[in-house]
Design a protein around this ligand. Structure first.
Ligand SMILES: [Mg+2]
Length: 272
């Protein structure tokens, strides 16, 4: 378990200098509110401003998402300028100010994904499932049409049988067919902690039932890193287990931005 079980009292981070802190955030539903067209989602300006404040005081900021790392770079600015680290594909892609990395399997599976995108466009799109071509994976969106979930799942299962290097990740909003990277957000975050060195505290804001729960479990398992897990709780039953592992919850992306600003307020005060 983490040494400190801090709640919404940021005095505890005075034990760490800003350079010993990582603030890591999921993107969708946390920094970027859900919208009906997932391709139209944009991060809240106040969240982006808060992240910039954190970077300015010396905190390492990471955005850890199922989106492509290049998508994150497009939304938050080039890593070299923003000084943020973008961890995409739930850990399989990293763009940081000092290094970049992509899991080799991502490139290998591009032709297979292209075939599946064509097939899904022919079979699923006419039935009302929105197809998102991420080049290294295929996302089937059904958040606004839950009756189409069985159709999406059977397509995904057939795809994973046809291509054993592919796996399926599913929740009520999306079904994603992607390379089986054998990596997750928790592993990727620990790798970032190791590479940066000297990190004593991590603040993580998430909302994904499976992906972000792995982060909570991973951070809670560290003896030498204190962590605070904040969940943006949208009131979905499937988030229950993640909420139970969190230090506190906020109701929406605006609440997440307030948390980031509180941390920035505190660090600006203590480091000035
Ligand atoms: Mg999310």
């Amino acid at each position: 378990m983490s040494k400190l079980p801090p709640r919404r009292d940021w005095a505890w981070i005075a034990h760490s200098g800003p350079h010993q802190i990582i603030v890591a955030c999921d993107n969708d539903g946390v920094l970027s509110p859900f919208v009906d067209d997932p391709l139209a989602a944009r991060p809240l300006p106040e969240a982006v401003a808060a992240l910039r404040r954190l970077v300015a005081v010396g905190v390492r900021v990471a955005i850890v998402s199922g989106r492509r790392a290049e998508y994150l770079e497009d939304r938050y600015g080039p890593s070299a300028e923003s000084r943020m680290t973008y961890i995409g594909m739930a850990g399989a892609e990293i763009i940081s100010p000092s290094y970049s990395w992509t899991a080799p399997l991502a490139r290998e599976m591009v032709p297979a994904i292209r075939k599946l995108v064509e097939r899904a466009s022919a079979i699923l799109a006419p039935k009302g499932i929105a197809i998102e071509d991420k080049v290294v994976s295929l996302v089937l969106h059904h958040r606004t049409a839950p009756e189409l979930i069985p159709l999406a799942l059977s397509f995904a299962a057939e795809s994973a049988i046809a291509y054993p290097n592919l796996t399926v990740s599913h929740n009520t909003a999306v079904t994603e067919i992607m390379p089986d990277f054998k990596i997750d957000k928790g592993i990727a975050l620990m790798e970032l902690i190791r590479r940066v060195g000297g990190i004593t505290s991590v603040i993580y804001l998430g909302d994904d039932p499976a992906n972000d729960e792995v982060v909570a479990d991973t951070l809670h398992g560290q003896d030498d890193v204190s962590s605070v897990i904040v969940t943006v709780a949208h009131g979905q039953l499937e988030q229950r287990s993640l909420v139970a592992k969190s230090d506190f919850t906020v109701p929406d992306a605006a609440g997440a931005a307030r948390v980031l600003n509180e941390v920035a307020d505190h660090l600006e005060l203590t480091s000035s």
